[in-house]
Design a protein around this ligand. Structure first.
Ligand code: FE
Length: 183
């Protein structure tokens, strides 16, 4: 005898709080949680220096898909770099403000910015900003360029991983500390 609509409805609601009981898809990579991800003033050891006044905190270092998500923290004013993006960039400003010399807009605290692949721009942090912190999701690579667009250097998920490994070894966390961010 077929179930009545009300019996079906109650059966569905009985299962509303039941966790998925099957297997996860074969080949799926592990999920990843970074506690206190947006804490900009916590454990300094987690921040990987890129230069004297620039450091990053990795959130995901995706070796399998060629992107990385990190928070960049800059404690210096002036031009930081001129670069071209090989892939899209999503940025959320957490502290301070910055802009690109080539564009009229400013990335203010709380702003979201999409940077299209191919865009070539020069990042400047203005006077009066003690510290800038921005969460960047960067696919592909930064290609550092001279004013004519000639390549002078490159940064991608693999240089990030290499820097993180060296730094975490130096501060006593061990090079393998970086592995928790790699997917
Ligand atoms: Fe950029």
């Amino acid at each position: 005898m077929p179930d009545s609509p009300s019996r079906i409805a109650s059966a569905i609601s009985d299962e509303a709080n039941v966790p998925y009981r099957g297997e996860q898809p074969f080949g799926m990579v592990d999920d990843l949680v970074v506690e206190n991800a947006l804490d900009l003033d916590g454990d300094e050891r987690l921040w990987v220096p890129q230069s004297a006044d620039v450091s990053f905190k990795p959130l995901v270092l995706s070796a399998s898909q060629g992107y990385f998500v990190n928070i960049l923290k800059v404690r210096r004013r002036g031009v930081l770099s001129r670069h071209r993006h090989a892939g899209p960039v999503h940025a959320t400003v957490l502290r301070g403000r910055w802009h690109y010399l080539e564009h009229p807009w400013w990335a203010e605290e709380g702003s979201y910015v999409f940077e299209p692949p191919g865009d070539i721009h020069t990042l400047e942090i203005p006077d009066g900003v003690e510290e800038m912190a921005t969460l960047f999701h960067v696919t592909g690579a930064y290609i550092y360029v001279d004013p004519d667009g000639n390549p002078t250097g490159v940064e991608d998920v693999f240089t990030k991983i290499a820097n993180a490994r060296v730094h975490y070894e130096q501060v006593g966390l061990g090079a393998d500390y970086a592995e928790r961010f790699i997917r």
